[in-house]
Design a protein. Structure first.
Length: 88
């Protein structure tokens, strides 16, 4: 049960044509984190693990744009996701 409590997950949304920056659409720990990951897998959304980034994003409010100081690292994650998506 302790392992479940440490689980965390966040989900971002970004449409460069409509939005100025990615924003947080889901976040959670434990059971909620597991559900976020299950839904991502169900819908074919690639997963990326970065515990430090997750901690920063968990501090944001839902639907809040990511702060400019996280742009570079989030851009790397998005590039990873786009590359994964192209493979499938």
């Amino acid at each position: 049960m302790e392992e479940l409590k440490r689980e965390k997950a966040v989900a971002l949304r970004y449409d460069g044509e409509k939005e100025a920056a990615p924003y947080l659409i889901a976040k959670g720990r434990g059971v909620i984190a597991r559900k976020i990951r299950e839904l991502a897998q169900e819908y074919g959304v690639p997963l990326h693990q970065d515990e430090v980034l997750a901690d920063y994003l968990l501090a944001l409010d839902l639907y809040e744009e990511i702060p400019p100081e996280l742009y570079a690292v989030v851009a790397e994650v998005l590039a990873f996701i786009y590359r994964m998506h192209e493979r499938y």
